[in-house]
Write a protein that binds this ligand. Structure first.
Ligand code: KG4
Ligand code: ZN
Length: 347
């Protein structure tokens, strides 16, 4: 049953990796945005898929209940349920997919499947006081633990991937470098923190040579490994003594790689509006470099609020709302019967 109303309440569920998240939106505004992080993975230095799936099963009911409670609405008032279909870890996606499907069936309301990578981009359309939304067309740089893409966005659901990583994602480059320095998982935010007090030009790393708008980060990781091994052989406490400078230099190299590719993308498309998304878009160095590019390069940049950078369900909710509005005819089915999680779903 499709509820025809001006007030659309969407319950959104995100479970693609290691965060169990639920949010409630009223049209394009967020009423609640709840995330349960899974600490279990820290001791393994990375996400363990089987443990993630089990933790989602434990978290999903309390997280959804908290989202409804914080939004102060009853489940019977919901207009639709949006969920992450992919990409992500299959076992994790299945928990959100089956929970969302059962609840939508039970409540007899539409079920809306959402692409996680599109949602990172559509997070820019959440209504927030004082936040200026991008206009079409714009370029989106989605940088996370699993993905690195430059996407041309011509409309809400009309997106073209112009370039992406051919090996590791930016977040992996941060996390794996941090691991080599003995920092806990996820190391990205820690590198950011130490980089603030370091000299970005203290050590230099070469940038990978990858054609077009594609990225590569696995070579940088190997360079950092040898750099650390060589220096600790000469001086056993090299890392501890130079941690801030090493972090600043790694971050500086990554920022340069990203800005170079964005410059190419702007040249290729003529589009100068750039929106960033994904966990790594919380990085202060990347945010500063993009803000600075408004002056130096004449770009207009859009930086999401911190709560919408790392995985969250509010971004799934806004994508769900935008899809709901496009499919408002009563006969329209939102998704095909039998549709299930898709770990390699493409934009
Ligand atoms: O989008 P996200 O929460 O999950 C995925 O879909 O992968 O991104 C997580 C990634 C991790 O690699 C984490 O280290 C990185 O985002 N990250 C950061 C920062 N905050 C999160 N990397 C660098 N600087 C940060 N401040
Ligand atoms: Zn993500």
């Amino acid at each position: 049953m499709i509820k025809n109303a001006t007030k659309i309440y969407i319950l959104a569920i995100e479970s693609s990796c290691d965060d169990t998240a639920a949010a409630v939106l009223l049209n394009d505004s967020v009423l609640s945005n709840v995330v349960a992080n899974q600490e279990i993975h820290q001791q393994y230095g990375g996400v363990v898929p089987e443990l993630a799936s089990r933790a989602h099963q434990q978290n999903i009911v309390p997280v959804v209940s908290a989202a409804l409670r914080e939004a102060n609405i009853d489940k019977n008032d919901l207009s639709a349920i949006a969920f992450t279909r992919g990409p992500g870890l299959l076992g994790s996606l299945l928990v959100g997919t089956s929970f969302a499907t059962s609840l939508a069936l039970g409540l007899d309301i539409p079920l809306i499947d959402i692409n996680h990578m599109q949602a990172h981009i559509l997070a820019h359309f959440i209504d927030e006081k004082g936040y200026d939304k991008p206009t079409f067309p714009f370029l989106a740089l989605t940088i996370s633990g699993g993905h690195t893409q430059i996407v041309q966005v011509d409309n809400y659901f009309d997106m073209t991937v112009l370039g992406e990583t051919i090996d590791d994602a930016v977040g992996e480059a941060f996390d794996k470098s941090a691991k080599l320095m003995g920092l806990p998982y996820p190391g990205g935010p820690l590198i950011d923190k130490h980089a603030v007090s370091g000299n970005p030009r203290a050590f230099s790393f070469t940038k990978p040579k990858v054609g077009g708008l594609d990225f590569s980060f696995s070579g940088l990781k190997t360079q950092i490994l040898y750099f650390l091994q060589n220096n600790t052989q000469k001086e056993s406490d090299f890392i501890a003594k130079n941690l801030n400078d090493i972090c600043a230099s790694i971050q500086y190299t990554i920022i340069n790689i990203i800005i170079d590719k964005l410059e190419k993308a702007v040249k290729q498309t003529g589009i100068t509006q750039i929106a960033i998304g994904g966990g790594v878009s919380a990085n202060s160095g990347i945010r500063n470099a993009l803000k600075e590019s408004e002056q130096s390069k004449g770009w207009k940049t859009y930086l999401p609020k911190f709560q919408y950078t790392t995985d969250n369900a509010a971004m799934i909710g806004i994508a769900g709302y935008l899809k709901y509005k496009e499919h408002i005819s009563p006969e329209q089915k939102f998704i095909n019967e039998g549709l299930s999680a898709h770990s390699r779903l493409k934009i």
